[in-house]
Design a protein. Structure first.
Length: 740
């Protein structure tokens, strides 16, 4: 497959592959986090690295002393022992990303500990390399040059190269994308750096990694470099490097004695790291279960190990036989073993669920309402803030806003979950949009400073794992209601501007795992041109659609709170159906609605309507009449199967909205109001068996239908107001579908 004449070309491509792969690893590394780890990460990093290095070396010496070994194997054992003490941060990131565990508590702690281990290992490795270079020199001047030259290169990089790059980005590229000229310049600088590293006696990979760490992670430069290097390096050159490593691995040269001696050392190191993690649980506060998981994570193998083994093979520290054993056992077999173990142990952890209900329906009226708003971009911020204002924060019933800005992880190796203080200095450089969104939320907080508190967060993570951070923050911050944006944005002419399938997937995962009630906000504010409620003298018109079930009960509870705002007018529209009866469900729904009507008995901005329909056609026709009457329509997500919904779900495009929510959000319906689709908190992922079935509307004579000849009740299928004779009841209407 690979003829001899192609070996040189393969080796050249492999060299460029590992070179630019390490450069990309350096770009993705968060240098600030590496040098400022948490207390637990420091304890784990020092304990695991020092104990692994000391005890692995001790075991290697014991084996050499008590077992007769081949001289080459005896010489290689200390090198192999050192390799097993290395905790490669890129290895752990790759494994956790593949297993979707980057955002778990164990994954974050393992990443931080691995970063700290890398600092120790890199420092000791550089010192050892310098020592070897000094031993080769004879004059004092050359020895000093070998010792000081890498230090000078590091200082030059930290104090000149990195500041120059940051200044260039600020002056030339702020808010702009990276052009091809800048990309080519960076590649030239990389080649110049590896030449400088070789010139001063260091390995060329040292220069590539050092320059990568000097480039600020994240946008604009870091993320652009990672994107541009992904396919040529990640899909072509780096696989060539792995291929050449595989070609050098000749398993037929392995002798049994060599195999079991090295295997003992490797598996001892694996068990040692797990054992150390269990021993230090007293100081880390972790459970034994979590300690075992992190211990397995710290044993992950990958690119770092393959690079080191190749370097040691080239320097003759490892023979071809030893290289084949460590690649087969340390890299391949250990990964094959720990990956399913991690999946099993993580799967054994039950997802955290709140110990009590977190719903609007079951919240006390005088308690703090904790609303979590998730924002991807600036476009959805005005409608989000309008909704927060309409939620009627008062001193008797304040609102705690948990703002979570969602940013895709690009140009970083590890995800970030940032808690923002009031000082602007804690805003990350690669999250400028986060600053603007948080400032908008702070303006809302200042407008209601006596009854609104804001806790802003930013998560920078992969889209496929973003729902984990959303649910985690909601759980930790005791959120009662979570609002996430719909994945489509409208243009001012009524057409769909942008649509993101990844955001749709996030919403679908959130509604399955959310620890509280969830609302998906379909933002059409650009079509209505709605002003802020504080400045809108015309009022904010909201419709609450009620068919039945827990989700509609939750939307009704939220509508009841919205109705307390003086600038908000609420129209509660209840849909009933002929021919079905369920006394228990009817009583439950009647009690909920009557409670809301009684609470708003003196509220002139509250209207109650009942619309009686026969089937899905009548329901859809009735929903279409809402058109442009409202600024916002609130509806429950899930409804039990019934003739009322027949035909509505056949062309559903967005199942996360439910049948009715998807219909209201459809472009073909012609409704220009924003839509809030509400799902009540699921208990262990299940829907509480409380769904409302269509109820019968009985007439005064006891028949199953109202008097169809009563013109006060029906006028050509369109409702006419029927005002209660009692002064303590709000205005309400009845509409009856007269389908043949």
């Amino acid at each position: 497959m690979f003829p001899t004449r192609s070996v040189m070309a393969l080796e050249t491509a492999a060299t460029f592959g590992v070179l630019f792969n390490l450069f990309a690893i350096g770009v993705e590394c968060d240098s600030k986090r590496m040098f400022r780890p948490g207390k637990k990460a420091i304890i784990i990093g020092i304990s695991v690295f020092i104990s692994s290095l000391a005890l692995n070396m001790a075991l290697a010496m014991l084996i050499r002393h008590f077992i007769t070994l081949d001289p080459h194997l005896a010489k290689a054992l200390p090198t192999i022992a050192i390799s097993q003490s290395i905790v490669g941060f890129p290895n752990i990131c790759s494994l956790l990303k593949e297993m979707q565990m980057l955002n778990t508590d164990q994954g974050r702690l393992a990443n931080s500990a691995a970063m700290f281990c890398d600092i120790i290992g890199f420092t000791m490795g550089a010192a050892g390399f310098i020592q070897l270079q000094m031993e080769k020199e004879h004059s004092i001047e050359r020895k000093m040059g070998s010792a000081l030259s890498p230090l000078i290169l590091v200082i030059f990089t930290i104090y000149f190269v990195r500041p120059a790059i940051k200044k260039t980005l600020k002056l030339r590229l702020e808010g702009k994308s990276i052009g091809e000229n800048y990309f080519v310049c960076v590649l030239i600088i990389v080649l110049a750096y590896i030449l400088a590293a070789e010139t001063i006696g260091q390995h060329f990979l040292f220069g590539a990694l050092l320059l990568g760490m000097a480039i600020p992670e994240g946008p604009p430069l870091g993320s652009a470099l990672i994107r541009k290097l992904y396919y040529p390096v990640g899909k072509i050159l780096y696989p060539v490097f792995l291929t050449t490593s595989g070609l050098k691995t000749d398993i037929f040269t392995i002798h049994f004695k060599t195999l079991w001696v090295i295997s003992i050392l490797i598996f001892f190191s694996v068990l040692l790291k797990i054992g150390v993690m269990i021993i230090i649980t007293r100081y880390t506060g972790l459970t034994i279960h979590d300690s075992v998981i992190i211990g397995l994570m710290l044993n992950s193998r990958g690119v770092c190990d393959v690079v080191f083994f190749n370097l040691w093979r080239i320097s003759k520290a490892l023979s071809d036989e030893h290289f084949a054993v460590v690649i087969t056992i340390s890299v391949i077999l250990v990964t094959v073993i720990i990956t399913p173990l991690l999946k099993f142990l993580i799967g054994a952890i039950e997802h955290q669920t709140p110990t009590k209900r977190r719903t609007l329906q079951h919240s006390r009226p005088d308690s703090e309402l904790r609303i979590m708003v998730c924002v991807h971009d600036l476009q959805s911020v005005p409608t989000m803030i309008n909704l927060l204002e309409a939620s009627n924060a008062t001193e008797q019933s304040p609102i705690g806003v948990i703002g979570l800005v969602l940013i895709e992880l690009v140009g970083r190796a590890a995800p970030l979950l940032i808690t923002h203080n009031h000082s602007p200095g804690d805003i990350p450089e690669d999250a400028s949009i986060s600053l603007q969104i948080i400032n908008a939320l702070r303006q809302y907080e200042l407008a209601y400073e006596t009854c609104v508190t804001l806790q802003p967060f930013t998560t920078i993570t992969h889209f496929e794992l973003m729902h984990e951070d959303i649910c985690r923050v909601a759980l930790d911050q005791n959120a009662t209601f979570m609002i996430v944006p719909f994945h489509k944005h409208w243009e001012i002419d009524g057409s769909i501007g942008t649509s993101s399938r990844t955001i749709q997937n996030i919403n679908s995962k959130v509604i399955k795992k959310a620890p509280c009630s969830v609302g998906i906000l379909v933002d059409r504010g650009i079509l209505k041109g709605s002003m802020a409620i504080l400045n809108n003298q015309g009022g904010y018109h909201i419709a609450v659609v009620y068919i039945g079930g827990p989700d509609d009960a939750e939307s009704l509870a939220y509508g009841a709170r919205l109705a307390r705002h003086q600038n908000v007018s609420i129209t509660l529209i209840r849909f009933l159906m002929f021919g079905y009866d369920n006394a228990r469900e009817r009583k439950l729904d009647n009690s909920l609605i009557e409670a809301v009507r009684y609470e708003n008995s003196t509220n002139d901005n509250f209207i109650y309507e009942e619309r009686v329909t026969r089937d899905g056609v009548g329901l859809s026709a009735s929903l279409r009449t809402l058109e442009d009457r409202f600024d916002l329509i609130v509806v429950g997500r899930h409804h039990e199967d019934s003739p009322l919904l027949v035909g509505l779900g056949e062309w559903s495009e967005c199942p996360e909205l439910g049948v009715v929510g998807d219909f209201l959000a459809s472009l073909d319906v012609g409704i220009i109001a924003s839509v809030l689709v509400v799902q009540q908190q699921r208990v262990r992922g299940k829907l509480v068996n409380r769904a409302m079935k269509p109820v019968v509307l009985n007439n005064q004579d006891g028949g199953p239908y109202p008097d169809m000849n009563n013109n006060n009740a029906v006028n050509n299928g369109i409702s006419t107001p029927r005002t209660s004779t009692s002064n303590d009841q709000p205005r309400w209407e009845i509409t009856i579908d007269r389908a043949n």
